[in-house]
Write a protein that binds this ligand. Structure first.
Ligand SMILES: Nc1nc2c(c(=O)[nH]1)N[C@@H](CN(C=O)c1ccc(C(=O)N[C@@H](CCC(=O)O)C(=O)O)cc1)CN2
Length: 285
């Protein structure tokens, strides 16, 4: 039976570390602040934004929430971000994704100050990750790395396969695994004989957005299996990209959904916001 990697536990540890550091910063008169912008009324996004606010309260940050109508114009959204860029009490700015179709996501992310870009989606920060000289990492891949560390998964010289090539998860995930000296393959919808490529992996990260797509025949016995997916099954129940019941007897360790990568995304956002506050107060160059 695989060892279960508990994202709730590890995320609580990360948030406790952030809370302790925040208490120290407050003694110096510095209060980290996060502004979250939500456009429209997507129910899942509303839950995530609410949870981000709750996490800010838990670690002692100031938090502001901006709920904009689904038909907000590009110009209105850009001017809100520009006004937040200029505020010294706001350390981090996050635009909840996905955005409604009429908004240009790239242009929106581009206008966030790289120093306040706690999602690490702004092109300057994406480039810094490429060259391994970064302050911020995208929250989900950073959370995966933290989970692998918590499970003592050694990456050096190991084969890692990432299924999914999104800008938010797949591509940065591959980069972070490579920075830790894994040999990385990125797979996607056009990959030929996907199960056999995945069976080469000592570490398999599933980020495809298809419910229970990864079955036991994708998994090398003893592999670490990380499930980034967040889907609903045929009964409306939350499930990942990994068919947990079939994979769990084969894997060495595995993350569940819920309670795996998801909670880490928000914990790493708190870590990035703390980092942003330190940068803006000249504590980190
Ligand atoms: N600007 C961003 N937008 C989005 C991001 C992001 O990192 N930045 N990631 C996802 C959504 N997301 C955070 O925003 C997120 C998704 C899931 C969870 C989570 O804790 N999931 C729980 C289950 C929650 C439930 O019951 O519905 C779990 O896995 O245990 C946190 C954050 C897309 N957008």
């Amino acid at each position: 039976m695989a060892k279960l990697i508990n994202g709730k536990e590890v995320s609580a540890q990360v948030k406790a570390r952030v809370a302790a550091e925040t208490e120290e910063l407050k003694k110096k008169g510095i209060v980290p602040g996060l502004a979250v912008i939500l456009v429209g009324d997507d129910p899942a996004s509303q839950v995530y934004v609410r949870n981000k606010k709750r996490a800010c309260e838990e670690v002692g940050f100031l938090s502001e929430e901006y709920r904009l109508a689904a038909d907000v114009t590009q110009d209105e959204l850009l001017s809100l971000i520009e006004s937040l860029n200029a505020r010294s009490d706001i350390s981090g700015i996050l635009v909840q994704l996905p955005l409604p179709k009429h908004l240009d996501e790239k242009a929106v992310l581009n206008v966030i100050s790289p120093l306040k870009d706690v999602d690490a989606f702004q092109p300057v920060n994406v480039g810094r990750i490429m060259i391994g000289d970064y302050h911020f990492l995208p929250c989900t891949p950073a959370g995966v790395m933290e989970l692998l560390k918590s499970a003592d998964v050694d990456l050096c010289g190991k084969r890692a396969v990432v299924i999914g090539r999104s800008n938010i998860v797949g591509k940065p995930m591959a980069m972070l695994l490579m920075h830790e000296n894994a040999t990385v393959t990125i797979c996607h919808s056009r990959t030929k004989d996907l199960p056999s490529v995945c069976r080469e992996a000592d570490v398999l990260v599933a980020a495809i957005g298809k419910a229970k797509f990864v079955t036991a025949d994708f998994v090398k016995p003893g592999a670490a299996v990380i499930d980034v997916g967040m889907n609903r099954d045929e009964n409306g129940k939350l499930c990942g990209d990994v068919d947990f019941d079939s994979v769990e007897p084969v894997a060495g360790c595995i993350t569940p959904v819920p309670g795996g990568v998801g909670p880490m995304t928000i914990a790493m956002l708190m870590q990035n916001t703390l980092m942003a506050a330190k940068i803006q107060n000249g504590m980190i160059k």
